[in-house]
Design a protein around this ligand. Sequence first.
Ligand code: KG4
Ligand code: ZN
Length: 392
Amino acid sequence: MTMGADYSSDQGGATDLDQTRAPASANGHAKGPRDLTVLGFETSCDETAASVVRLTPDGEATVLSSVIHSQIDDHAAFGGVVPEIAARSHVEMIDGVARRAMAEAGLDYDALDGVAATAGPGLIGGVMVGLGFGKAVALARGLPFVGVNHLEGHAVSARLARPISYPFLLLLVSGGHCQLLEVRGIGDMSRLGTTIDDAAGEAFDKIAKAMGLGYPGGPALEKLAASGDGSRFDLPRALLGRKDCDFSFSGLKTAASRLAQTCETDQDRADLADAVQKAIARQLSERTERAMRDYAERHDHRLLVVAGGVAANRTVRASLEKIATDQGFDFLAPPMAYCTDNAAMIALAGAERLALGLVSDIDMAARPRWPLDEARALVDPAHKPGRKGAKA
Ligand code: KG4
Ligand code: ZN
């Protein structure tokens, strides 16, 4: 069953698995481009989040509310996210988080044009909670429902900063993903490179754990690195001979974890943190620089966007901004609050889909894995069946 409404526009656009173009005038809404107000839910990892976003026909997005309940305290003792604890916590928190998001937006449900929820990829128990809750709100209020790929949410998150037009080159760096994508529009993205082992955020987290820092490791390691000088450590550089845009962090992780055992003083640990942070930033920049050269052959509109939790890292941002400037690219990162997981980016992706007339079937399934560039991932998987790797 498809939940329809008239949100069609002349922007052209995407089709996708589980997405259906809405029939014109299905719910008798006014025709033509207009503001769209969407309630979004995000529950794919350890944040229970709800947000209301308004999108104008010019692409101006306003976050009317963004409520995030972090489960960090529930998982800290285990040094990482425990899927079963995460799913239970989402169930307990989601009603209150949704209520707060609506109250802080100062809106009644009648003011909404649609409901969006992350449908994957992520920890499946958590994804099912947000997806089921979003569908229930949509059904109860007679609103169109949009299931959103979490990665598409990160991909559009920079549009929460200011309207930007497609296409752009995207470096998506989070705890589960490390990819370079050519983003031509909603549902129209191709992968230029991906990690062949760990994601950058995963490397930050695992090295931080080996150094005895808390979870999540990225922010803790960044803080420690501020008082360090990593120049005395010689960490391995991966994939230097390769001509593609892939990433690899497992060698760095192993080397840094070994060095962590030799650190005796706080200064040793700070120096190692600085060396690790610089090594990760350097690899991200080197591979992105390669992708920029490839991308620039096809597009005159030169914009590099970085998104995902690791985009919150100041050294990473500064290093990417420098190579972007050197290559004649504009550079944009989402506001800090929208780098790590949040529901505003999901509500915005939902609104962009609605603007294109794309709504989801109400029986859309939750997906633990869901690559943005599904076609490429099928013929050229980053991880062959049975191999451990990034969650794309
Ligand atoms: O996007 P996100 O919230 O969740 C995923 O979709 O994975 O990203 C979380 C990741 C974690 O690995 C965390 O350590 C990393 O982003 N992260 C950072 C920083 N803030 C978050 N890594 C480095 N420096 C930071 N300041
Ligand atoms: Zn994320």
